[in-house]
Write a protein that binds this ligand. Structure first.
Ligand code: PLP
Length: 291
């Protein structure tokens, strides 16, 4: 039997899950989303993801359609179908279907709420060992990158350009500052200080980014939230990118040149170990409300 998808209050087989063509997500990309990893059947940092989801909704003038405990029940049901293997949840809310194709926001429209669980996209162990190759590109996105909007065309084109040029991610640059990747946040290490750009409308407030700073603080590793110029990126001792599925990845090539000695650095090794230990604690606790 095919897996069930949550759609507007019901759990239905994927092939039966349909959305009207007049849905504003389909017509305009008028919606927001989240990707949440789940280890041993438990969503990781769920509260933080739901908090960001609500901030994204507020950013597009929508109210949260569900409360945290309602989300918890839905996600537990989706995860339970697949047992305790590591998974990821995709959830999406669009403004919903309205009778007309109208640019302005209609007064009365019911949001479309959808979520499903799939196998976790795992990090490629070889890439973890070797480090990633990235290029810098002009940031061609809009000025509200703090909203996790489903409108991802600029990210897709930039990601594809990186792949076409033999890299695995693009670091997006605006006004000489490197802000984040197409689907990741950015960190550098400079004089043994861990640096990531401060939160602003130019980047997504990554859940992994925040966790990395929290782990650095707990372990007494010095860190700062400060802008990163292209020159600082090019002369960094280490570069990392972070995301919920890629976790903390070392970057060892930038625009075809090695980053420092071209190998994952010692600070990355420390942070990767801290991150892995943090996930292991969730597995041990194993309670839905643990994170
Ligand atoms: C543009 C962008 N920045 C940063 C991130 C990392 O966010 P998180 O750590 O919450 O997965 C993502 C994740 O997909 C992203 O799309």
């Amino acid at each position: 039997m095919s897996e069930l998808i949550y759609l507007n209050g019901e759990f239905i087989p994927q092939e039966d899950a349909c959305v009207p063509v007049m849905d504003r997500g389909f017509l305009f990309g008028d919606g927001v989303y989240e990707v949440i990893p789940a280890y041993a059947g438990q969503p990781f940092r769920l509260r933080e993801h739901l908090h960001r989801l609500n901030a994204s909704l507020e950013g597009i003038c929508m109210s949260p359609p569900l409360a945290e405990d309602q989300w918890r029940r839905i996600l537990q049901q989706l995860l339970a179908q697949r047992g305790t293997e590591d998974q990821q949840i995709y959830l999406q809310i669009t403004r919903g279907a309205y009778g007309k194709r109208l640019h302005t926001i209609p007064d009365h429209v019911t949001p479309t709420v959808m979520a499903f669980a799939t196998e976790l996209t795992r990090r490629d162990p070889e890439m973890v060992k070797q480090g990633m190759s990235v290029i810098t590109l002009d940031d061609i996105r809009w000025e509200r990158c703090n909203i996790k909007a489903i409108t991802l065309l600029a990210n897709i084109l930039s990601q594809q350009q990186a792949l076409d040029e033999g890299a695995q991610e693009a670091i997006l640059v605006r006004d000489g500052m490197a802000n984040e990747g197409t689907a990741s946040n950015l960190f550098i290490v400079k004089d043994e200080l861990i640096i990531t750009p401060p939160k602003s409308q130019r980047l997504l407030p990554g859940i992994t980014r925040d966790l990395v700073l929290e782990l650095a603080g707990d372990a007494g590793l010095p860190y700062a939230e400060a802008s990163i110029s292209v020159e600082e990126l090019e002369t960094a001792e280490e570069i990392w990118i972070t995301s919920s599925t890629r976790e903390v990845m070392p970057v060892t090539r930038l625009n075809g040149h090695p980053v420092a000695n071209g190998r994952p650095g010692p600070m990355w090794e420390k942070m990767d170990a801290l991150y892995t230990a943090c996930k292991a604690r969730l597995r041990l606790r194993g309670s839905p409300s643990a994170e």
